[in-house]
Design a protein around this ligand. Structure first.
Ligand SMILES: Nc1ncnc2c1ncn2[C@@H]1O[C@H](COP(=O)(O)OP(=O)(O)OP(=O)(O)O)[C@@H](O)[C@H]1O
Length: 800
C-alpha cells in the first residue's frame, strides 16, 4: 500500500509491529488514515473579567478555541449547554470560563462540580486552584474530606468539587446546613456526563432533578454545563439527563495530529481449543504485549489500553519479558498502570511518559479520563473498549500537531470485536452511539421520590420534573406501603431514619448483597441481589479495585457473600438455566411471518454451575452448583418467526429455511450473536443484557428469540434494540459471516456466559434465521404498527 508522506512514521511503526509475520497469518484487516485538524480560535468574550483572563493566559492559554467560546457564551447567557468534543479538546476551559467569571463578579454566587470519580474531581480542583482567581475558594467535598474540614466547605467554599454519591448522601439530605451554598447556586458542572448511562445514568438523572428542586426551594435556578466525549445526539441525551432543555456544542476547534488506524485480528491458534473444542484466537492482551514491545524498540511513546487490571499487569509483564530478551536496556521503560490510582501516581506516569523515562504503559481505562496525556506516538487498544465514545477517547491520546501517530485496534475473541475488525466503517465512520438512560424506571424512581420527600415534602407541581403521572403512580404505591404520607400540602416521609443510606445509586435499585472479607470483616462492596448468584456464587473470582478475591460462601438470606483474598490463574463465569415469561407487550411490529416486540418480561434463572477459564481462553472445567431460583422483572425485545417461514414449508425447493432439527441451535446461535452486537447500538456491556431462545415459546406460540435487560425495570437497552432492530440484526449477521471458523467459536456465536454450555449452536443456521428475519422485515412496506400497552401478549401464562 502506498502511504502519504504525512503517515510515514505511522506506516513505519506498523511495519515494525507486523515484521516477520507470515503472509497467511497477516493480522491487519484494514488501515485508515485520519487527517490532521487545524486549530480554530475565537476571541475572549468581553464579559470575562481581567483577573480571570490573566489567570488563563498565565496558565498557557493564549486564545480560546472556537467551541470553548461557543459553550462558555451559551452558559453565560443562562442556557444549559453540553460540550461534546474530542479528547483533550479543552472542555474544562469551556466551563471554567463562565463559572470563574461569575464567581469573580458576584460574591454571593456558588457553583457545584460533579464528576463520576474522585480522582477526576481532584484533578479538576487542582487545575482551578492553580489559577488562583481571588475569592473563588474552591474545595472538594467527598468521602475523603476530613470531618474537620467539612464545616468550612459548607460555610465558605464557593466552588465545591464533588461526585453524585456525595450529592446524594451528603449535600441534599443536609440541605438546611448548606443553605448559603444552595441560595447562591449559579452553575452545576457535570463532567464526563456520557458515563451516566444505563441504571447509573437513570439514578444520576433523578439525582439532578432532586438537586434542581432543592436549589429552587432556596430561590436559585442554576445553569447546567455538561462535558461529554463525542456521543450521538448529545443535546437530547443531556436534556434527558438534567430534565431540562440543553443545547449542544459539537464543532471542535482544537487541533489534532494525523493518525493511522490499523484494525488487527489475532490469528486462530493451532495448539489450543476452547469450549466444545471450538478454535480460539491468541488473546488480545498477548498480542498487544508483542506490539507494545516492538513499538518501544522503535522509541515510540505508546499507551496500551487493556480491559482488566489483571490484563494490564500481564500485558506489561509480557512486553517486559520480550524486551528483556531482545533489548534488555528497554525493559524498564515499560510499566503497568496500577490500580488504586492516587492523583500523584497518575501525574508521575503522565510526566514519565511525556518526558520519555517511560516509553510503554499498559493501562486499564483509568488513564482514559481526566489525564492530560496527549500527543503520544501510538495507542494500542486490546479489545473494543465497549463504546465508540471510549474508542475515540482512548485513540485520541495519540497524535500531536505536526506529527502523525499510530492507533492499533486488536480484536478480542468475541463477536463484536470480530465484526468491527471486518467492518471498519462501523468503527471509524459511524456516529458515536447514543447513551441511554431511563429516569422513568419505577425501580429507580421510587427510592429517589422517597429521598426527595425526606429532603422536603413533595408537592404536586413538582411531580412534572419526575415524570408526572408515572411519578404519581409510584408515590401512591409508596403511600400504600406506609413509607410516605399523603397530606393536602404534599407527600411526606414518615420514618425517623432517612431513606438515603438504603439507596445505592451505582446499583440496580434491587436489594444488595454485601461482599465481606471473612478474615477482616471488611465490607468490600455490594452486588445486586438479582445478579448475586451469577457474580458471587461459591467459587466465583470476584474483582474489587483490581484486587482478586474468591467467594467462600453466599448467604442469600443474610444478604452476605464471604470472600478471601486470592488471585488464581483462572476467571469464572456462571452458567444458568433461564425461563422467560411475557408480562405485557408495549410495542409490536407485525410482518409477514415475523413479529418484533418490546415489552415487560419476567426472567426466572437458576445458576447451575460455573466454568473456570484460563486467561488464554482455555477452559479448565465446569463446577456444578445448587442455588435457588431468582426472578427478574425487566424489559425485553423479542422476535418471533412462524413455522412456515422458519422451516421453509410451502416454499419453492431450494428456498430458505432451517430443518426443524436444527432450529434450536440456529435460534440459540442467532441469540448469542445478537447479544454480542447490541452494545454497538446501546451503550451497554454484554453482561448488562441476557437472552433466551426457544423453538416454541409458550407465550408467543412460535419460535422466539428474546434479548432482555439485566436490571430490574430495565435500563433502556432492550428499547434501543427495538428502535435499531434492522441495523442491529444486520450487524449481527455480518459478524457471524465474517468469522472464518467452521462451526462457531467465541468470535461469533459462542457466549462466555451461556447457561447451556454453548450447546446446541448452529452457526450456518443462525445466518439462515437472520436472513429470514431481515428479509421479512425489509420486505414489508409499512408494517402494521400495533401499539398496545399493558396487555398480556396472548393471554397465555405458560412458560417454556
Ligand atoms: N485554547 C487553548 N489553547 C491551548 N491549549 C489549551 C486550550 N484550551 C485547553 N488547552 C489545553 O489542552 C489540554 C486539554 O484540556 P482539557 O483537559 O480541558 O481537555 P478535555 O477535553 O477535558 O480532555 P479529556 O478528553 O481528557 O476530558 C490542557 O493541557 C489544556 O491546558
Amino acid at each position: 500500500m502506498t502511504r502519504s508522506g504525512t503517515a510515514a512514521r505511522a506506516s513505519h511503526l506498523l511495519a515494525r509491529a507486523t515484521a516477520g509475520v507470515p503472509d497467511d497469518r497477516y493480522p491487519v484487516t484494514h488501515i485508515a488514515d485520519l487527517a490532521a485538524r487545524e486549530a480554530r480560535f475565537g476571541d475572549w468574550p468581553e464579559w470575562v473579567p481581567s483577573a480571570v483572563l490573566d489567570a488563563f493566559v498565565s496558565s498557557g492559554v493564549e486564545k480560546p478555541w472556537s467551541h470553548q467560546v461557543e459553550a462558555a457564551s451559551a452558559a453565560w447567557t443562562r442556557r444549559n449547554v453540553v460540550v461534546a468534543t474530542g479528547t483533550s479538546s479543552g472542555k474544562s476551559l469551556a466551563y471554567q470560563l463562565p463559572v470563574l467569571s461569575t464567581l469573580a463578579t458576584d460574591s454571593k454566587a456558588t457553583a457545584l462540580y460533579l464528576s463520576p470519580t474522585k480522582a477526576l474531581s481532584g484533578d479538576q480542583l487542582r487545575s482551578v486552584c492553580d489559577m488562583n482567581v481571588a475569592g473563588v475558594r474552591p474545595a472538594r467535598y467527598d468521602g475523603d474530606t476530613p470531618q474537620s474540614e467539612r464545616g468550612w466547605v459548607r460555610d465558605h467554599a464557593r466552588w465545591v468539587f464533588s461526585n453524585p454519591d456525595m450529592l446524594h448522601r451528603g449535600l441534599l439530605p443536609a440541605h438546611p446546613r448548606w443553605a448559603r451554598f444552595f441560595r447562591g447556586l449559579s452553575y452545576v458542572v457535570v463532567d464526563e456526563c456520557h458515563g451516566y448511562r444505563g441504571v447509573f445514568g437513570s439514578h444520576v438523572a433523578l439525582l439532578l432533578r432532586r438537586l434542581r428542586r432543592i436549589a429552587r426551594r432556596y430561590g436559585a435556578d442554576p445553569v447546567f454545563v455538561l462535558a461529554s466525549a463525542t456521543t450521538a445526539d448529545p443535546a437530547e441525551f443531556a436534556t434527558r439527563l438534567i430534565g431540562d432543555d440543553c443545547v449542544a456544542v459539537t464543532d471542535d476547534g482544537s487541533p489534532h495530529g494525523a493518525r493511522t488506524v490499523a484494525l488487527w485480528e489475532p490469528p486462530l491458534l493451532d495448539e489450543l481449543t476452547g469450549e466444545n473444542d471450538a478454535p480460539v484466537r491468541r488473546s488480545a492482551g498477548a498480542e498487544a504485549a508483542r506490539i507494545l514491545a516492538e513499538l518501544v524498540i522503535e522509541g515510540a511513546r505508546t499507551l496500551a489500553f487493556v480491559r482488566s487490571r489483571r490484563g494490564a499487569e500481564l500485558t506489561a509483564l509480557a512486553a517486559k519479558r520480550i524486551l528483556a530478551e531482545v533489548a534488555p536496556e528497554l525493559a524498564d521503560k515499560v510499566a503497568a498502570y496500577r490500580a488504586g490510582y492516587l492523583p500523584e501516581e497518575r501525574r508521575e506516569v503522565e510526566a514519565a511518559l511525556l518526558g520519555g523515562e517511560l516509553l510503554g504503559v499498559a493501562t486499564t481505562n483509568a488513564l482514559e479520563l481526566g489525564v492530560d496525556i496527549s500527543g503520544l506516538d501510538a495507542v494500542v487498544l486490546a479489545g473494543y473498549p465497549g463504546t465508540l465514545a471510549s474508542f475515540w477517547q482512548q485513540s485520541g491520546r495519540a497524535g500531536r500537531a505536526g506529527e502523525d501517530a499510530l492507533v492499533v485496534f486488536v480484536a478480542r475473541d468475541d463477536p463484536l470485536d470480530t465484526y468491527l475488525a471486518h467492518h471498519p466503517k462501523a468503527l471509524l465512520d459511524r456516529p458515536v452511539e447514543a447513551a441511554v438512560l431511563d429516569p422513568a424506571n419505577p425501580y429507580v424512581l421510587a427510592p429517589h421520590l422517597a429521598c426527595a420527600a425526606a429532603e422536603s415534602a413533595l408537592t404536586t407541581p413538582e411531580l412534572d420534573d419526575f415524570g408526572g403521572d408515572a411519578a404519581k403512580a409510584v408515590l401512591d404505591s409508596l403511600v400504600a406501603d406506609s413509607l410516605l404520607r399523603r397530606r393536602p400540602s404534599g407527600w411526606y416521609w414518615t420514618a425517623r431514619d432517612r431513606p438515603h443510606g438504603d439507596v445505592d445509586i451505582r446499583g440496580s435499585g434491587a436489594e444488595q448483597i454485601a461482599v465481606v472479607e471473612s478474615d477482616t470483616s471488611r465490607l468490600l462492596g455490594t452486588v445486586d441481589g438479582a445478579s448475586a448468584c451469577g457474580t458471587v456464587h461459591p467459587g466465583a473470582v470476584y474483582l474489587h479495585r483490581g484486587e482478586s478475591y474468591v467467594v467462600d460462601e453466599l448467604d442469600l438470606e443474610q444478604g452476605i457473600a464471604f470472600v478471601h483474598a486470592e488471585d488464581p490463574e483462572w476467571s469464572t463465569s456462571a452458567r444458568d438455566v433461564v425461563d422467560i415469561e411475557v408480562l405485557d407487550v408495549s410495542e409490536k411490529l407485525v410482518y409477514d411471518g415475523v413479529t418484533v416486540n418490546l415489552g415487560h418480561v419476567a426472567v426466572t434463572s437458576r445458576v447451575v454451575g460455573y466454568l473456570r477459564r484460563l486467561h488464554t481462553g482455555e477452559v479448565l472445567d465446569h463446577v456444578p452448583l445448587d442455588l435457588p431460583e431468582q426472578v427478574l422483572h425487566t424489559r425485553a425485545v423479542w422476535y418471533t418467526i412462524d413455522d412456515q417461514l422458519l422451516c421453509g414449508q410451502g416454499r419453492e425447493p431450494g428456498g430458505t429455511g432451517v430443518e426443524p432439527a436444527r432450529v434450536p441451535g440456529a435460534l440459540h446461535a442467532a441469540e448469542h450473536a445478537a447479544i454480542g452486537l447490541l452494545p454497538l447500538f446501546a451503550t451497554c456491556d454484554r453482561w448488562d443484557i441476557g437472552g433466551v431462545s426457544t423453538a416454541v415459546h409458550a407465550d408467543t406460540g412460535e419460535a422466539t428469540v428474546f434479548v432482555h435487560d439485566g436490571h430490574p425495570g430495565g435500563a433502556g437497552f432492550a428499547d434501543r434494540g427495538f428502535a435499531a432492530f434492522v441495523p442491529w440484526l444486520t450487524a449481527t449477521r455480518e459478524a457471524v459471516i465474517s468469522c472464518e471458523c467452521p462451526a462457531g467459536c467465541p468470535s461469533c456465536v459462542q457466549s462466555p456466559k451461556c447457561g447451556n454450555g454453548n450447546e446446541p449452536l448452529d452457526k450456518a443456521g443462525a445466518v439462515a434465521v437472520l436472513d429470514l428475519v431481515l428479509a421479512a422485515v425489509g420486505a414489508a412496506t409499512g408494517p402494521a404498527h400495533d401499539h398496545t400497552h399493558d396487555q398480556a401478549a396472548d393471554g397465555s401464562t405458560g412458560r417454556t
